[in-house]
Design a protein around this ligand. Structure first.
Ligand code: ZN
Length: 222
């Protein structure tokens, strides 16, 4: 675990270099990833995904787009920065006390902040965290995502797809459609949530822009 923590800044530094080489500006704004968060991530991988690992890492296969449901970048950062989930989020706390987070956070003006290295475990999508990079966007149902966010997400998905073997691009509201597929890994069949983020029209627009990448979506809703 100690070695893993030493590796974190190196991973972030390496991703800054590659992002620069690929003409995308990514601002490094790491959230806390202490021993508590590392241990809770390993517990989550084991208890929820039935995966026993030595390091809290992922092999990215999928990108999941979200909105924060809050209006502030700093508020979201502060929420994700804690390692332990507050007790007020009862349904989630019962499943694990690991706090929620995501790898990226995109502000209203399209600025891209990286909160965690791409291959570090983050809790942002039930059943699929073990293989999914999360991109959060500041916005909500009543505060629809902006054109600048659409362009930033498009660039970021292109950049990540070049870097990793990404096969799927989904909106968070589509995650439950993976139940009954081999990708879905959640030990409790009754633990899932209904989501609307990041909105149907945002997903339609970004898929139009990224057609050439041939990324798969979620399987048809059953
Ligand atoms: Zn979400």
């Amino acid at each position: 675990m100690h070695i893993f923590k030493k590796l974190l800044p190196i991973l972030l530094f390496l991703s800054s270099i590659t992002s620069f080489a690929q003409q995308i500006e990514i601002i490094q704004k790491p959230i806390t990833f202490d021993d508590t968060r590392a241990q809770l991530s390993l517990d989550y991988l084991k208890r929820r995904h039935n995966l026993i690992q030595q390091t809290p890492t992922i092999t990215p296969k999928m990108i999941v787009l979200h909105w924060t449901a809050s209006r502030s970048l700093m508020g979201t950062y502060a929420t994700f920065n804690k390692s332990i989930l507050p007790n007020s989020r009862k349904a989630l706390v019962n499943a694990s006390s690991l706090n929620v987070s995501s790898h990226y956070l995109v502000d209203r003006d399209g600025s891209i902040y990286q909160l965690l290295p791409d291959t570090v475990f983050a809790r942002h999508v039930i059943g699929l965290n073990y293989c999914a990079i999360g991109i959060e966007n500041v916005g909500s149902d009543n505060y629809p995502l902006t054109q600048a966010q659409l362009s930033a997400n498009e660039k970021l998905v292109r950049y990540l797809t070049k870097k990793y073997n990404i096969q799927y691009l989904i909106g968070h509201y589509e995650h439950t459609w993976f139940k009954n597929t081999s990708l879905w890994r959640e030990t409790n069949p009754y633990y899932f949530s209904q989501k609307t983020d990041p909105g149907i029209s945002f997903m339609r627009k970004i898929r139009e822009e990224l057609q050439d990448l041939n990324l798969k979506g979620a399987p048809a809703k059953k």
